[in-house]
Structure formats: structure tokens, C-alpha cells
Design a protein around this ligand. Structure first.
Ligand code: PLP
Length: 467
């Protein structure tokens, strides 16, 4: 391990960092040679050389706490021993590294491990499809599956939803930035519904009243013969919208959606690509509401940091034909071995309970800060998927009395965090939500440290704005 990464975290000295970001030659070359569509390096201009646990070290020897964690991929943090050991074992055993969708003992074990942790009511009649190794491709597979099974072509998705960047998945996306330049997508086949965004309720109500109005709207849309909306092949939803701004759906709303969709014979697809595997304080976020979905799409954490994606679904939908969703890279043995190792570790060490406890601790710190800082409009999320919506307290309040988004200040907070050695990402409307997605193994001491750095960064960003 490098000396820099071995430094014990949590000291005050650690929090006095003031990193400056002169462009390293690697970054200059990246800027020159990589596509204009590159995204993260614009906000996080780092060239990384080593990583361990919640820390990454860049080529200049600077150490950062990584609360982006591969966009939620690294449940056990960077280079966890059980993950690297599982990968090494695959190599030592000379397993075929690439198997299309042929079976192997590693794949069989991964499926058994995954099915063993799915809620029994869902697992009892579940089938699995390995897809291309991105979350997006699992979403594409789900769209095909439900369209073929129901003989219907349209899908209901939600404002603020994010399901990936291929053109089918993009049609389901709320954010227009990536869609507008493309003109026509499949969007004529997607009907968007309001999401129960409590802080900015689309019905101006919030709370249980907002939830009930929302459900009434859905019920009416599906039952009114003159709604203009054809019976959909599915409803697709995230339990906590991640990219949309860390917006948790109320459990009562999810239960309502399940009840309405069942009654109208509409398959319910739960996108657990970001929420899956313990992140929200349940292994799968839909468990908070106690519902049984028809389809669950999974990626990110299930490959233990390597690319892997699957769709698990109820067998009544299994009417598509052989080869209906193929793809070359569906057999990554190292990812399956790493995924099994992650599942077993999470179970053995009850990381789900740990994520709940650490999430509560971090939320407590953020709420304390929010009480003192009017620019922090809303603190929300589930487990270790938390967000802070940054607002302009002097702006015109909305129907619920909440000030407008302040993406510029959120961006300044992100930069101030980075200078102090903390990597955080933004999301939500106008990029106004600062997101916390640390590895699930984060300790209480590290949570406190993240909160202290964030508090200082917020003060510095506000002071910079007032200069
Ligand atoms: N669905 C959700 C909820 C996501 O958060 C993401 C990625 O962030 C995706 C789908 C797409 O996954 P990928 O980027 O692996 O294609």
C-alpha cells in the first residue's frame, strides 16, 4: 500500500488540505484526445493511480475520500480483499474469462448466491437473464421482455427518472439535456408521470396528500377510456431516483403503484441498478415497501466493481424467444466471482445494517448543518444514498414555500470539497443536489470526517459567493 493511502484518516490535519488543481500532463492529453462527451473529468479533474477502501490517490500523491464510489458501484470500497481474492482465484483456476452465456461453476454460484438473497416471494418464480454488462443494457432487455410478453408497446416512466444512455433507455429519462439534441427518440412510446418528489411536489402538496394525489392521477390515467394513454407494457421506476436528485419514493406510494399496476395487469419494473445491494439500508430498495415487482434490473454493485448486469423477472413474462436479447459480453467470470464475494461479504458482515447506521449518522450531521445554513434546502435519501438540495434562500419560493434550486452554489461546494480531499458528485434539477454515495464499508469516524469536510466546504462556498 502506498504511504499516502496508509495515512490514518480522521485527523484534523487531514481536513486542512487545500489542494490546487494545475493541469497534469495526463489530464491535458485526456482533454485533447478524449471525446467532448466526457463527463466526470470536467468536475473531478484527477488522474488516479491507486485506491483502497474509501480512498483514492492521484498521480500527484494526493489522497481523496471517494464518496462517488464508481457511481455507487463499489459497495465494499476499492480493492477489498475478498474481491481481489475472488478475481485472483478465477485467474489461478484458469477459468475461461469469456464464455458468452455458457454456464460455468462460477456463474452457477453467482446465480445461486443472488437468488438466495432475493426476497423469497420474488425469487420463488424468478428467471434471470444476463445482459450486456451495463445497466442500460439490462433496461433495454426489460423493455423487450415486457413488450413481447404483453403485446403492448408503450411504457410509463417518471419525471426525473434515469435508466441509462442507450436510445431506448434514454427515452425513459426525465432529464432533457441528452435527449433534446437527438430529436425524435422512442419517446412517442413513453408516457411520463409525476414522481412523488416530496420537497418539490408536482402537485404543490407534499407529504401523504401529494402521494395520494399522485396515485389518483395514475389510477385515473389507466382507467379513463379517454385518457389518450394506451395500456402500457410496463411501469418502470427507481425506488430512490439517483441521478434525478436522490429522491426517495414514499413506501405508501410504491405500494399504491404496485396495487394499481397489478389491478391493471401492467408489469412493474423496478430499476435497482443504483439502489441495489444494500445501499439504501435494505439489500434491494423495493423491500422497504414490501412489494413484489415483476422485473428487477441490477448492475453496478452486483459485479463487485467489474462490469456485470442482469435482469431478474417473474416467469409468467418469459415468453420471448431464444436469442431475443443476446450480446457478446454476458459471461464475465471475474465479475461474477467478485459479485458472489460481495454478496457473501454483505450477508456475513451485515453490511445492510451497517449502511443503515452510517446513513443515519451522516444524515444527522447533514441535518445539523442544514439547521444553521439556509442554503441547504433539503436533506434526504435512504441508507447511504443521501443528497442535499442546495437552494437560493433569497429567490422566489414555490407553491410549497421552498426557495429555488441553486446549481451554481452546489457546484462551488463540490469544488471546495475536492480542494479539501473529498469527492462528491452532483445530480438533480440544475445540478443542485450534492450527492453522497460512499462505499458501504465506511466507518463512523470516516462519516464524521466527511461531514466535517462538507461543512467547511459549504461555508467556504457561501463566503466565496458573497465576496
Ligand atoms: N439505471 C439507473 C437507476 C442508474 O443509476 C444508471 C446509471 O447511473 C443506469 C440505469 C445506467 O447504468 P449504466 O451507466 O451502467 O448503463
Amino acid at each position: 500500500m502506498s504511504t499516502a493511502l496508509a495515512e490514518s484518516p480522521g485527523t484534523t490535519q487531514d481536513e486542512d488540505k487545500d489542494y490546487q488543481f494545475a493541469e497534469h500532463p495526463i489530464l491535458s492529453r485526456q482533454k485533447q484526445q478524449e471525446s467532448n462527451a466526457r463527463s466526470y473529468p470536467r468536475r473531478i479533474p484527477l488522474a488516479l493511480k491507486r485506491a483502497r477502501g474509501i480512498h483514492v490517490e492521484d498521480v500527484e500523491g494526493r489522497v481523496f475520500i471517494d464518496c462517488l464510489a464508481g457511481a455507487g458501484t463499489l459497495a465494499l470500497g476499492h480493492n477489498h480483499a475478498v474481491v481481489t481474492e475472488a478475481i485472483r482465484q478465477v485467474l489461478d483456476d484458469e477459468l475461461p474469462l469469456h464464455t458468452l452465456d455458457l454456464s460455468t461453476p462460477v456463474k452457477d454460484r453467482f446465480v445461486q448466491d443472488l437468488f438466495a438473497v432475493l426476497p423469497p416471494a420474488f425469487a420463488a418464480k424468478a428467471k434471470i437473464q444476463f445482459t450486456g454488462p451495463t445497466g442500460t443494457d439490462a433496461v433495454e432487455a426489460a423493455l423487450k421482455l415486457v413488450r413481447i410478453a404483453t403485446g403492448r408497446s408503450t411504457v410509463l416512466a417518471f419525471h426525473g427518472g434515469y435508466h441509462g444512455m442507450s436510445q431506448g433507455a434514454l427515452s425513459l429519462m426525465g432529464n432533457l439535456k441528452a435527449k433534446n439534441p437527438l430529436g425524435s427518440l422512442l419517446s412517442h412510446g413513453v408516457q411520463f408521470m409525476p414522481f412523488p418528489y416530496d420537497y418539490r411536489c408536482p402537485f404543490g402538496q407534499g407529504g401523504e396528500a401529494g402521494v395520494q394525489t399522485n396515485l389518483h392521477y395514475l389510477e385515473n390515467l389507466l382507467s379513463d377510456p379517454e385518457s389518450g394513454v394506451q395500456p402500457p407494457a410496463a411501469v418502470i421506476v427507481e425506488v430512490v431516483q439517483g441521478e434525478g436528485g436522490v429522491i426517495p419514493a414514499a413506501s405508501s406510494w410504491l405500494r399504491g403503484v404496485r396495487e394499481i399496476t397489478s389491478r391493471h395487469h401492467v408489469p412493474l419494473i423496478i430499476d435497482e441498478i443504483q439502489t441495489g445491494f444494500g445501499r439504501t439500508g435494505k439489500l434491494f430498495a423495493f423491500e422497504h415497501a414490501g412489494i413484489v415487482p415483476d422485473v428487477v434490473v441490477l448492475s453496478k454493485a452486483i459485479g463487485g466493481s467489474l462490469p456485470l448486469a442482469v435482469m431478474v423477472y417473474q416467469d409468467w413474462l418469459d415468453s420471448w424467444q431464444p436469442g431475443a436479447h443476446a450480446g457478446t459480453f454476458r459471461g464475465n467470470q471475474m465479475a461474477m466471482a467478485a459479485g458472489s464475494a460481495v454478496i457473501r461479504y454483505i450477508e456475513k458482515h451485515d453490511l445492510v445494517a451497517h449502511a443503515t447506521a452510517m446513513g443515519q449518522r451522516l444524515r444527522g450531521h447533514l441535518l445539523d448543518l442544514q439547521r444553521r445554513v439556509p442554503q441547504l434546502g433539503d436533506v434526504r435519501g435512504l441508507g447511504l444514498m443521501l443528497g442535499v438540495e442546495v437552494v437560493d434562500p433569497h429567490g422566489r419560493a414555490d407553491a410549497q414555500g421552498h426557495p429555488p434550486h441553486n446549481g451554481a452554489l452546489a457546484s462551488c461546494i463540490q469544488r471546495q470539497c475536492l480542494k479539501r480531499g473529498l469527492i462528491l458528485e452532483l445530480g438533480g434539477r440544475h445540478g443542485s443536489v450534492v450527492r453522497f454515495l460512499p462505499p458501504l464499508i465506511i466507518s463512523a469516524e470516516q462519516v464524521d470526517q466527511v461531514a466535517r469536510i462538507f461543512a467547511r466546504a459549504v461555508q467556504a462556498a457561501i463566503a466565496a459567493g458573497n465576496e
